[in-house]
Design a protein around this ligand. Sequence first.
Ligand SMILES: Nc1ncnc2c1ncn2[C@@H]1O[C@H](COP(=O)(O)OP(=O)(O)OP(=O)(O)O)[C@@H](O)[C@H]1O
Ligand SMILES: [Mg+2]
Length: 647
Amino acid sequence: MSAAGGPALGIDFGTSNTAAVLVRPDGRTIPVLFDGAPLLVSAVCVDGSGRLLVGADARNAARMYPEGFEPNPKRRIDDGEVLLGEVAIAVPELIGAVLARVADEAERIVGNPVSTVTLTHPAAWGPRRREVLTAAAELAGLVEPRLVPEPVAAAAAFVARYGTALPVGGSLLVYDLGAGTFDASVVRRTPDGFDVSGSEGLADTGGLDVDAAVVAYLGAAYADRDPAAWRRLQRPASAEDRRYSRQLWDDVQAAKEMLSRNSSALVPLPTFGVDAPLGREQLEELARPVLDRTLATTRTALRASGVPARELSGVLLVGGSSRIPVVATLLHREFGVAPTTVEQPELIVAEGSLSAPAPPSPDVPGQRPAPAVRLRPVPPAGDGPPDGGAAGPPAGGEPPAGDGRSARGGWRRHRWALLAAVLALALLAGLLTVVITWTPLRRTPGAAAHDGPTATASADPASRPAGSSAPATGAPPASRGQPASQPPTQPGQTKPTVRKFADATGPCISAERTPMNRIGGPAGAAHNVDMLMCLSVAQASGGQEANQLGYFRWDVRPADGTGRVSVAYRLEVYRCDGVRLLPPAGAPGGDQSATGRFGSDEVTTSKVPFQDGTRYYAQLSITSFRYAAAGTTWDTGVLRWRTDCFP
Ligand SMILES: Nc1ncnc2c1ncn2[C@@H]1O[C@H](COP(=O)(O)OP(=O)(O)OP(=O)(O)O)[C@@H](O)[C@H]1O
Ligand SMILES: [Mg+2]
């Protein structure tokens, strides 16, 4: 609720999508829905009659008026004015049209104009860009907006969700990869707010760049077959070709997103009349330069913060492009901390915007310093062009802050909102320390008959058999300390019972009662998972085909088909002299994933020709084992087990 007692609105204006939340006068926080969905497409389009359309309407109109379409107004923040068809529109007006749609929806929900508004922005935006955003809000009727950096809003949401996982003095690395921008920030929790101790941004890097890499790949693969058809897509000259070109980019984006859940997808090439196949590993390879840039930037932000990676309380993945599964693997490998993923990484900034204290921004008209957040100077401030150009002028190159307009007394009004937010956070933190007890579990059926020597989870690479090489590629390293993908172990949390044993056909590990932490959705009973991994090395006999593979089986109750599992894992098979057999040497690295599975299910490796007289073992690395049921999601975080050699 706002200081004035009316509804408060928080908006995350994004390159592709805009998300918003409302705190109603009764204190309830709700997402603003746009045609039933929590994300508004940030696009605008001027139609044939000169109307400025927004969101899905703009996207639809773009088919008829492609020249009047701007899919990403945020990327035009530096342009001053944009020509849409025949109409020149000032950028604040363009952005203001999107914000006005949000304000309209919010007003429709609460029945009154909103009384306070918070807008988030990339951490790297300097005063000039923040001024454009403020001007856009005011054009949309959202007066005196409070501005909050996106990572601070994300950290506030993290604290609201996980409380003590980020204790006072602890630091959270926020990795925010959206559609058009990337931010890496280290946010330290202070007694009364947050302190951004290191932040680096890439104003020209996001999911759109991955899309561009895929389009370039398709060009390289198909242009030779029909150069004219490719030219029509690349440099469309007619309205029809602009439509086709738009369609191609939309289909590329859809295929990219699908590849986060599936191993292959098809991209229709409209002027060719064919569908181009695209695989998960291919996409990862194409995305790699973009992701490498984000990793380098994250390293710089961490260095600037002075916080060693091992001291991070967590790594939070934010933004739709952080859904690309290899992102979590790369970050984990780089920093040794398993990232926290949330169900809807596009919404978390908006979610935290209202509880985030505003930073002091004396250089932005209408803003007065608030004590709760300190933003250290971020080298370089870089308001670079958002469309992929060279780095822009450093902060000093911007027009001097403040232009003689009077400050609007925002601090006086926001002080109460700030106090309320701090109190709410303290309350939430208290609630989250409540002891969570684990549900009783049955034993994994397959494991029950095989009592063997007790073993513990092997997180130590040194425990690999002599001569064994490190996992060739992509295997996540053992987590340093706590699996940081979740809040730290709750009081009362059990350790899994891990047992190694050999059954008739091969070595196995059972990990019973492996705890999972709740990472989203309403509080409820905690969950455990029973896991079993085996290497089956039975030889062919009597005309039977040999059953030679590794498998990984899980069982989460209730296994009645209502709960769904998604798991990112690597199941590898080694010869005991250290030579890896599966995946084969030439196979690209990276986690595999299985999604949409039931509470009880299994995955297997492909078959492998084992040889008599040779010994083998299997190794399982889990980056994330996620179980969702009745609106709540749990995750184990990082796990790693290795069987004994067999026979
Ligand atoms: N499953 C997925 N796999 C890969 N990318 C995805 C997936 N889902 C969404 N994306 C990408 O995420 C991006 C949109 O994310 P988001 O809404 O967080 O960005 P934004 O807030 O509009 O952009 P920014 O924060 O850069 O201004 C798009 O590029 C979209 O293709
Ligand atoms: Mg965003």
